[in-house]
Design a protein around this ligand. Structure first.
Ligand SMILES: NC(=O)c1ccc[n+]([C@@H]2O[C@H](COP(=O)([O-])OP(=O)(O)OC[C@H]3O[C@@H](n4cnc5c(N)ncnc54)[C@H](O)[C@@H]3O)[C@@H](O)[C@H]2O)c1
Ligand SMILES: C[C@@H](O)[C@H](N)C(=O)O
Length: 414
């Protein structure tokens, strides 16, 4: 089994707004406490929707005790947001929940998924609320939003590019129906909604280099089609109903503590685990396949910058977000030059190659930089350093564990 580092090393810097949030949270906690254990979602309580399991330890700062709805609304600008994160046990959700709980208060960030949190996951605040939430279950989602008095939703549940090609019907359901549910609930309950898009929203006719925000998309994958649907529908709900929908098109995200969920950029994480375990890697993309990539700390920081940006700063609702781009061959060279001179890279492209070939090689993110101050901290060299040193620390010295490496690639023959 993989041994994960116990905590995700995310930046702990706090912005002034977060300090205000935390001070306000402290005040609110002393005057108005509602315990998750009293929620109808607490274990053992009768619900009409599937039973949700909730951690019982952490109080949620609640507006339910406010005497009027108006008071609750008024206090919103003075307290941290209460956030629901769907798909929170995935590669990105775990990191986002950890950072949001640091900034907004543990009890204010409700993690959710359709899986159980298992031992060994890098969950920094395990005492925080966790609920079962299938994004296809509209009544259950609505109940969670109302019971926890949610202000913001970060909608992370989705099927990624490679697994979506294998199970298109399920991907359409999860990615399209799931998004439509949270979008409609955002309209009804006046929520701020963030849903990530991706380089996978672009297609073979898109300009490949410095792809701008507004250009031809025409993706030719199920994943890309569901993401373009999401972008357009979110923009429509914003225009028509004023929903505060926000989205960033992420590149492939590299992380040390969490494993990727079945995408086309997964090779750039798998390679480090294989190099450290077996000193070799069979890459499923060709050596010259250039794709935009980003380190997870940048991804989480940028996402929170966009979520927290004052509405008047936003000139559009969907932004490209970039850091750097590299190819498998460049990663191979970087690993051999700096860490493992005998590392052996083999190229065995499979059906994921066609997906990668349809995506941009680099993104123009100048509008994100201009509008909400986006600026990545990690270039390729810095990403490789973080990945190698972070993943190396997870493996104890000893005999090569081939069986571990064979578990790493979630999609072996897409
Ligand atoms: N990781 C990347 O490189 C990357 C890049 C671009 C965009 N994104 C986007 O970011 C978001 C998060 O990606 P990730 O890498 O963490 O994905 P992931 O596959 O690691 O996690 C997705 C989570 O969603 C959950 N899920 C699946 N079906 C569900 C359902 N019906 N109801 C509720 N939860 C369900 C899964 O259990 C899983 O924990 C996705 O929207 C993805 O498209 C990711
Ligand atoms: C790029 C992104 O959307 C995801 N990592 C995938 O490859 O599917």
């Amino acid at each position: 089994m993989l041994r994960f580092a116990s905590r995700l090393a995310l930046p702990t810097r706090r912005q002034p707004s977060a300090i205000l949030y935390l001070a306000a949270q402290h005040r609110a906690l002393t005057t108005s406490l509602s315990h998750v254990a009293s929620s109808p979602f607490a274990k053992g309580s009768a619900t009409r929707t599937p039973a949700a399991t909730v951690s019982t330890a952490t109080p949620v700062v609640s507006a339910r005790n406010a005497s009027t709805g108006a008071q609750a609304l008024q206090s919103l600008s003075q307290r941290p947001p209460r956030v629901l994160v769907t798909g929170s046990l995935g590669q990105l959700g775990l990191a986002l929940v950890n950072e949001m709980r640091t900034r907004y208060g543990v009890g204010n960030v409700v993690a959710s998924d359709i899986r159980k949190p298992t031992a060994g996951l890098p969950i920094a605040h395990p005492e925080g609320p966790f609920v079962y939430a299938d994004v296809m279950n509209y009544p259950l989602l609505e109940r969670i939003i109302v019971d926890f008095q949610i202000d913001w939703v970060v909608h992370y549940s989705a099927m990624l590019s490679a697994v979506a090609e294998k199970e298109p019907a399920r991907a359409l359901n999860v990615n399209i129906t799931g998004f439509q549910n949270v979008l409609e609930l955002s309209r009804i309950h006046k929520l701020r909604l963030f849903c990530p898009s991706t380089i996978g929203a672009f297609g073979p006719q898109t300009p490949k280099i410095n792809t701008p925000d507004l250009t031809i998309m025409n993706p030719n994958t199920i994943y890309g089609i569901t993401k373009v649907h999401m972008e357009l529908l979110g923009e429509y709900y914003h225009e028509k109903f004023g929903v505060d929908f926000r989205s960033a098109r992420y590149p492939g995200i590299l992380s040390v503590d969490t494993m990727p969920g079945g995408g086309t950029t997964d090779y750039a994480i798998d390679i480090f685990h294989h190099a450290l375990q077996t000193n070799s890697y069979n890459c499923f993309l060709k050596p010259e396949t250039r794709l935009p990539m980003m380190y997870i700390s940048d991804c989480i920081e940028g996402t929170l910058q966009l979520m927290e940006a004052p509405v008047e700063k936003l000139t559009q609702r969907v932004y490209n977000m970039a850091a750097d781009s590299f190819t498998p061959a460049e990663l191979d060279v970087a690993i051999r030059e700096h860490y493992a001179p005998d590392f052996q890279m083999n190229y065995v492209p499979d059906s994921r190659q066609a997906i990668a070939d349809s995506w941009p090689a680099s993104l123009d993110d100048s509008l994100a930089r201009r509008d909400w101050g986006w600026k990545p901290q990690y270039d390729t060299a810095a990403m490789v350093h973080k990945m190698w040193t972070g993943i190396a620390a997870q493996y104890t010295p000893g005999p090569t564990k081939l069986e571990d490496a064979s578990e790493l690639t979630k999609v072996t023959q897409a």
